[in-house]
Design a protein around this ligand. Structure first.
Ligand SMILES: Nc1ncnc2c1ncn2[C@@H]1O[C@H](COP(=O)(O)OP(=O)(O)O)[C@@H](O)[C@H]1O
Ligand SMILES: [Mg+2]
Length: 436
């Protein structure tokens, strides 16, 4: 959010800006605050770039005239005005609000009141879709082995091909299937442990330190490197605040956030399912699979709090035992989800692509043409790539074997940014007196 602070003198501007310095770092990061100070003379040149205009008390009665002038040029601007404690009262309110100011504060107001107003403006921007915010897709399943991890990796590769900045979050703390399949590993996982045990704060900087870039657009966030922290993250209620912060920050840094929740239910996963834009439930077409989904849905529906964000993805076990309409017909009488959650096409069973783990590729680039087309359709349907964009040229299937690199190998080896480029040079990733 871009703030433009206007006041009569540089001292007065600095006084106004001091209130923002009083905010804590994480609040600033969450609002993505960028602050500019200008004089009355220059402000009309800058007002076009601003989301929020802050008028300082040094402007006195001229403040309302500036507000009026700004509103006539940028009608969607939000204006916050400070007045001296003496001036703070009904007269100032009437003048300010008739000029389009949304909030008047006295100079002695607590910075927290100002922060609250900025948070409210930011929340409105989010609702209106004005802030660019990453889309969170939580991938989950009722039982293991249905292909949830494979789908997470494949959709990430689709995003990469379409140059969407993507964070792939492996929350399978026990087996780390995703990280292992993509052969991703590193000291970065220690940062995640450090967040959990409290030896390091979560911030934009430390998130960058925790990320493992695997292509120019994709980074992986691994589970904590240690078991104790892993268990705390997914089983302890403290994990809820942490995952919430991770989501908020990653929404600022990425276009797409894909989380492999490994189906586990707990405080952290619950938080993710609740705040995700899409909850993608991967299911197979077996009887055991469907009865599991039946049970799973009874509590996931309550947890997610509605059905509009739930979508099913049928990944048939072998060939096609049951089609999507038949599966829907089995589950609908008990769950009444409507048609929308069933709108995705089933993923073809692709035996050749099943060998993706460890190959440096995924179901997407290893798959047949029909598999790729379906995965792209799914990515479009759940809003990961734009509907209008055309498919970029893909390496033709089988042209490059795993030995020649594939997606990961190619990008890690040659064109991808180095970890240092992405996260700056680090000597001790856990920071301070971080243990290892
Ligand atoms: N559409 C598919 N075609 C062929 N094999 C698949 C498909 N989807 C998944 N697989 C294979 O099934 C196995 C289990 O998948 P995985 O993604 O680990 O499941 P989950 O995360 O649900 O436990 C993997 O070996 C994977 O390669
Ligand atoms: Mg898995």
């Amino acid at each position: 959010m871009k703030l433009l602070i206007v006041d009569s003198t540089t001292e007065a501007q600095a006084f106004c800006a001091k209130r923002i310095e009083a905010f804590n770092q994480s609040d600033m990061e969450m609002l993505d605050l960028k602050v500019k100070l200008v004089s009355e003379r220059d402000f009309m040149d800058r007002v076009n770039e601003a989301d929020v205009l802050v008028l300082g008390s040094g402007l006195g009665e001229r403040g309302t005239a500036l507000a009026r002038q700004a509103m006539s040029t940028v009608p969607w601007l939000h204006i916050v005005m400070f007045v001296t404690d003496e001036a703070y009262g009904g007269g100032a309110f009437r003048a300010a609000h008739s000029a389009g100011v949304r909030k008047v504060f006295p100079d002695s107001a607590s910075p927290l009141d100002f922060l609250q107003e900025l948070v409210a403006i930011h929340a409105e921007f989010r609702r209106e879709g004005r802030t660019r915010e990453g889309r969170v897709v939580a991938i989950t399943h009722a039982k293991g082995g249905v292909g949830a991890t494979s789908i997470a990796a494949a959709l990430t590769e689709v995003c990469s091909v379409y140059h969407r900045r993507t964070m792939l979050w492996d929350l399978d703390v026990e087996t780390r299937d995703l990280s292992r399949s993509l052969t991703v590993n590193g000291v970065e996982a220690k940062v995640v442990s450090a967040w959990v045990n409290g030896s390091r704060e979560i911030s934009r900087e430390s998130l960058k330190d925790a990320l493992i870039p695997i292509s120019s657009d994709v980074s992986v966030l691994m589970p904590p490197d240690r078991m104790a922290e892993s268990m705390d993250l997914v089983c302890h209620t403290d994990g809820m605040t942490l995952v919430q912060r991770i989501l908020e920050l990653s929404r600022v840094l990425f276009d797409v956030i894909i989380v492999d929740t490994a189906g586990r239910m707990g405080p952290a996963t619950g938080t993710i399912l609740r705040s995700a834009d899409v909850v993608l439930i991967v299911i197979d077409d077996t009887i055991l699979g469907l009865t599991a989904v039946d049970l799973y849905l009874t509590f996931v529906k309550t947890l997610v709090g509605g059905t509009d964000r739930i979508v099913f993805l049928v990944n048939p076990y072998s060939g096609a035992l049951l089609g999507v309409p038949q599966i829907a017909a089995e589950l609908e009488p008990a769950h009444n989800l409507g048609e929308l959650p069933w709108r995705l096409p089933p993923v073809p069973n692709d035996p050749k692509a099943a060998l993706w783990p460890g190959s440096g590729r995924t179901l997407y680039s290893m798959g047949q043409k029909s598999t790729r087309v379906v995965l792209e359709r799914i990515a479009r349907e759940i809003g990961l790539i734009d509907t209008g964009t055309k498919a970029p040229q893909l390496p033709s299937n089988g042209a490059e074997g795993p030995s020649s690199g594939g997606w990961l190998g190619k990008l890690l080896g040659r064109s991808g940014p180095s970890r240092q480029e992405l996260s700056g040079t680090r000597k001790d990733v856990t920071g301070g007196e971080g243990k290892s």
